[in-house]
Every structure is written in structure tokens, then in C-alpha cells.
Design a protein around this ligand. Structure first.
Ligand code: AP5
Ligand code: ZN
Length: 218
């Protein structure tokens, strides 16, 4: 199973990725998590990425495509993977298509901006694993602690409201065109085109999980 989870910041990509990767036994490839790991490690890439991410802008296509190419060489990718936050621009999608990788599905999670602001302000993350919670909508079992490791949860630096608004803007300008790109490709009847599923991303986490699972298993 190879799939893309597409949707604006805060759509629930990371949250739903957890269910899908567990159900299909595949790794989650989150370019956002990879960049945050580089920031934490203090690498040159991390230093550059921090500046860009704190402003809500996108890291350059060349860097992202290189990162993903390297990640796909890892043995855990042999039986498939889930892309979360990649591709995010037309050139990234084109590079993926040119690589000849056969994708099975693109799942778009549709969430209005008003719900997104509320989700981001209450988000808490376990940085080492990328697991995310919400203080009201998806609380951890013990307040402030990760369910699996018991380690502390933190807030993401780019979840400040003004940065979230910028990220939503960037999504509309640079990532939203991928909706048309993948829908148009699916309509050509090309056997290499992934199936496209536009799903409502509002409702409880479990309701959305069931919607996603239904299209992936259907
Ligand atoms: P990235 O980490 O990919 O962030 P994003 O796309 O902005 O998405 P988020 O992680 O914010 O949201 P999500 O959809 O995963 O939602 P989540 O499940 O956490 O990218 C960060 C930055 O890195 C970018 O801005 C860019 O600078 C850079 N970058 C990354 N990839 C790149 C690329 N390919 N090219 C260039 N630059 C790149 O949920 C959000 C909150 O809502 C949580 O609190 C959650 O608990 C809650 N929630 C989830 N589902 C529900 C629900 N159904 N109801 C209520 N609350 C819910
Ligand atoms: Zn995420």
C-alpha cells in the first residue's frame, strides 16, 4: 500500500496516519517530522529549516525531494508507505510521478479554516515520535504526557495563530493545486494514476478514521 494524505495544516493528517500505518504495517513518511528531527539534531538542514518553518513558508523542493529519495531507500519502505505532508507543490508531485513509483491512493481531508485555528491552538505533540494530541478533542490519557512513553508533550513553534494563518495561505497558493492535479490524472484512466478520495475531515477522530479505512479497504 502506497498512499498520500493530503490536506491543509491541522487537517488531521498526522492523527489519521497513525491508524493507517498500524492497520497496513507501513511506515509514515512525514517530511514535517523529518525536518523537526533535523532541527532538534542541530544540523545545517535543521538550522535552515527552522527559519523557514517558523515563518510558515515551505522548504525548497530540491531539499525535500532529496530527503524523501533518501528515506525511500530504507528497508522499511519495501512494502509501502504513507506520505504525510509530501508532496506539497506541483514540482514535488511531478518528481514523485517521474520516479515511477506506483501510488495506490490519494486521500484528501477537507477541513474549513475556522476549525483549523481551533485545532492548532490546542495541539500538543510528542516530538520524538510525532504523535499529536489535542487538549480537548483528543486528550492524552495523562495530562501533558505521551500515551506510549509517558514523556512530556510540547507545543509546536509554528502553531502560533499568525503562523497558522500564513501556513493556510501557503497551502492555498502552493499545495491546493495538487487536488486538481491528482483528480485530473485519475480521470485520464491511466493505470499508473492513484485513486482519488476527497473526504470530510470534520467530525470525531474515530469518525474520520472509519471514513478513511472504508475507502482504503473498499
Ligand atoms: P507539517 O509538519 O507537514 O505540517 P502541516 O502540513 O502544516 O500539518 P500539521 O502537522 O500542522 O497538521 P496535521 O494535518 O498533521 O494535523 P494533526 O493530525 O496534527 O509541516 C510543517 C512545516 O514543515 C511546513 O510549514 C513547511 O515549512 C515544512 N514542510 C514539511 N513538508 C514539506 C514539504 N513537502 N515541502 C516543503 N516544506 C515542507 O492534527 C492537528 C490537531 O487537531 C491536533 O491537535 C489533533 O489532535 C487535532 N485533531 C485531529 N483530528 C481531529 C478531529 N477530527 N477533531 C478535532 N481535532 C482533531
Ligand atoms: Zn502533521
Amino acid at each position: 500500500m502506497r498512499l498520500i494524505l493530503l490536506g491543509p495544516p491541522g487537517a488531521g493528517k498526522g492523527t489519521q496516519a497513525g491508524f493507517i500505518t498500524a492497520a497496513f504495517g507501513i511506515p509514515q513518511i512525514s517530511t514535517g517530522d523529518m525536518l523537526r528531527a533535523a532541527i532538534k539534531a542541530g544540523t545545517e538542514l535543521g538550522k535552515m529549516a527552522k527559519q523557514v518553518m517558523d515563518e510558515g513558508k515551505l522548504v525548497s523542493d530540491d531539499i525535500i525531494i532529496g530527503l524523501v529519495k533518501e528515506r525511500l531507500k530504507q528497508p522499511d519502505c519495501a512494502n509501502g508507505y504513507l506520505f504525510d505532508g509530501f508532496p506539497r507543490t506541483i514540482p514535488q508531485a511531478q518528481a514523485l510521478r517521474d520516479s515511477g513509483i506506483q501510488l495506490d491512493h490519494v486521500v484528501e481531508l477537507q477541513v474549513p479554516d475556522s476549525a483549523i485555528i481551533e485545532r492548532m491552538s490546542g495541539r500538543r505533540v510528542h516530538q520524538p515520535s510525532g504523535r499529536s494530541y489535542h487538549i480537548r478533542f483528543n486528550p492524552p490519557k495523562v495530562e501533558g504526557k505521551d500515551d506510549v512513553t509517558g514523556e512530556p508533550l510540547t507545543q509546536r513553534g509554528d502553531d502560533r495563530e499568525e503562523v497558522v494563518r500564513k501556513r493556510l495561505d501557503v497551502y492555498q497558493q502552493q499545495t491546493r493545486p495538487l487536488v486538481d492535479y491528482y483528480q485530473a490524472w485519475a480521470k485520464t484512466g491511466d493505470a499508473a494514476a492513484p485513486r482519488y478520495h476527497a473526504l470530510a475531515g470534520v467530525g470525531t477522530v474515530e469518525e474520520i478514521r472509519d471514513r478513511v479505512m472504508a475507502v482504503l479497504k473498499g
